[in-house]
Design a protein around this ligand. Structure first.
Ligand code: 13P
Ligand code: SF4
Length: 305
């Protein structure tokens, strides 16, 4: 089927079935362009919690669609590419977290949304890269475990005044590929050009950046800046919106390794297919869902409040 025909059919089915399409900033351009909402993990969770659609088509990776289901259990949540996972989310399990809790009963646990429903169910609160500092500062305990992203955790630790969190040994395989030499070299070659990075990058990289933020924070930082050129230290999918929103600014990727193959698995064909067939529905066990809901809801309350 030709692209225009596919887009038309997607729009028709969306109306007919009262569906909403959510897409992460790392999705391929064609998928971002047919989405009703494109955003970072926080924005997409907020939208999933408040939409009145009957069907949510989540163009992203598994944990994102699962979070949507946790927040909106009465809705049908479809993941167009059913094998799109997040390797970082798989670096922590509910069993290991519960063993940690047994050994550290006084610790509070903050988990990054990049985690399974079972892991969220073991946590006290969730966070995303855009609200992590606020979330952690809201916790009363001085003993906090942050899981699974040690890079984001270490970035938050560097901003905390009176406590330091214990960090799980997980990381994003995409952002971790950026090397310190790459950012040092670009800063040398392009002196005066701002380098913006995601906090999932290694601290050795983050320390040289001019701005650190979630994908949406990067987008709004650049939109509001008067600078004309930027080096981008996050997954390449973000370049699509950056270029659409900033016609006269120039963007270069910090490293050619900044591509997340899981985020690239969703095609327009997949979106059309799930809208037609309602296959690839995400389900979460109700007991787990209720516990995970508490962690996500607490995060949304901290962010909104
Ligand atoms: P944000 O969009 O929240 O910055 O998250 C980045 C990410 O890696 C999602 O998988
Ligand atoms: Fe997971 Fe990293 Fe891909 Fe995000 S970019 S989905 S954290 S592997």
């Amino acid at each position: 089927m030709e692209i225009n025909a596919m887009v038309q059919e997607i729009n028709r089915l969306k109306k007919e079935k009262n569906a909403v399409i959510l897409a992460h900033n790392y999705q391929i351009p064609e998928v971002q362009d047919i989405a009703d909402i494109v955003g970072d993990s926080l924005k997409l969770s907020e939208e999933a919690a408040k939409t009145d659609a009957d069907i949510i088509v989540f163009c992203g990776v598994h944990f994102m669609a699962e979070s949507a289901k946790i927040l909106s259990p009465e809705k049908k949540v479809l993941l167009p590419a059913i094998d799109a996972g997040c390797p970082m989310a798989d670096m922590v399990t509910a069993e290991k977290l519960s063993a940690y809790k047994a050994e550290n009963p006084d610790a509070q646990i903050c988990v990054y949304v990049n985690s399974s429903a079972e892991v969220k169910a073991e946590a006290d609160i969730c966070c995303t890269s855009s609200n992590a500092l606020k979330v952690v500062e809201s916790l009363e305990s001085n003993k906090i475990l942050f899981a699974p992203d040690k890079n984001l955790g270490s970035y938050i630790n560097s901003q905390l005044k009176d406590k330091q969190m214990e960090l799980w040994n997980g990381f994003c395989i995409t952002h971790e590929r950026v090397r310190e030499e790459e950012i040092k070299l670009v800063k040398e070659k392009k002196a005066g050009v701002q380098v913006v990075v995601h906090p999932e990058c290694n601290p050795l990289v983050v320390q040289h950046a001019d701005f650190v933020g979630s994908t949406s924070q990067i987008l709004s930082y650049i939109k509001n800046s008067t600078d004309k050129e930027f080096i981008i230290g996050t997954e390449m999918g973000i370049l699509h919106t950056l270029r659409k929103e900033n016609l006269y600014k120039k963007f270069t990727l910090l490293s050619p390794a900044l591509i997340c193959y899981n985020m690239k698995k969703t095609s327009l064909e997949d979106v059309l297919h799930v809208l037609k067939t309602e296959e690839n529905e995400i389900k979460v066990d109700e007991t787990i869902r209720q516990k995970a809901y508490k962690s996500l809801k607490r995060m949304l309350e901290v962010t909104e409040g």
